[in-house]
Design a binder for this molecule. Structure first.
Ligand SMILES: [Zn+2]
Length: 163
């Protein structure tokens, strides 16, 4: 399958979650296609740091001063990509019936005795990045820790950019 940049651009319109993007990238080992995706994403953000991988809706792993950090498309920096970006978020916990019913219809909502909703917001742009529905006291979930070097070397046959 041959794609030009325009087609990829259309595929990427809006924010593709990494899980979906991985499928697009992985359906064919094609470094050019990956480069093109990165190029398109890079054009969409306002900052200059090199994108290594899209991580999550609105979030990217970028290189900054030789370090790999998580950055929001608004520019907010979450720091080292190996540390769960959610720990830097503003969090709203919905653990009462009233708070849960703001989101869900009365009988659709969960019971706060066994489940709470945690909403994670970017501190920079207050975009809702993720929602966890977990038992109260459950540790913050680390969604995804990519092996960047293996991905670049095994899938793309190139070294991950270090600047
Ligand atoms: Zn943001």
């Amino acid at each position: 399958m041959k794609e030009d940049k325009k087609t990829l651009e259309r595929m990427l319109e809006g924010d593709l979650p990494w899980e979906q993007l991985k499928l697009i990238i992985g359906s064919q080992k094609d470094p050019n296609r990956f480069d093109m995706i990165i190029e398109i994403l890079q054009e969409q953000v306002k900052w200059k740091e090199k994108i290594l991988l899209p991580l999550h809706e609105h979030l990217y792993i970028v290189v900054k001063d030789g370090a790999r950090i998580v950055k929001c498309d608004c520019g907010f920096e979450f720091g080292d990509y190996k540390i769960n970006w959610k720990t830097k978020c503003r969090v709203r916990v919905r653990d009462t019936v009233e708070a849960i019913e703001e989101l869900y219809h009365k009988d659709m909502g969960s019971d706060p005795k066994w489940e709470e909703l945690r909403e994670y917001f970017c501190p920079g742009c207050i975009t809702l990045l993720d929602v966890e529905a977990v038992p109260p006291g459950y540790p913050t979930i680390f969604n995804f820790l990519p092996d960047i070097d293996t991905f670049y070397e095994k899938w793309l046959g190139q070294k991950a950019p270090d600047r």
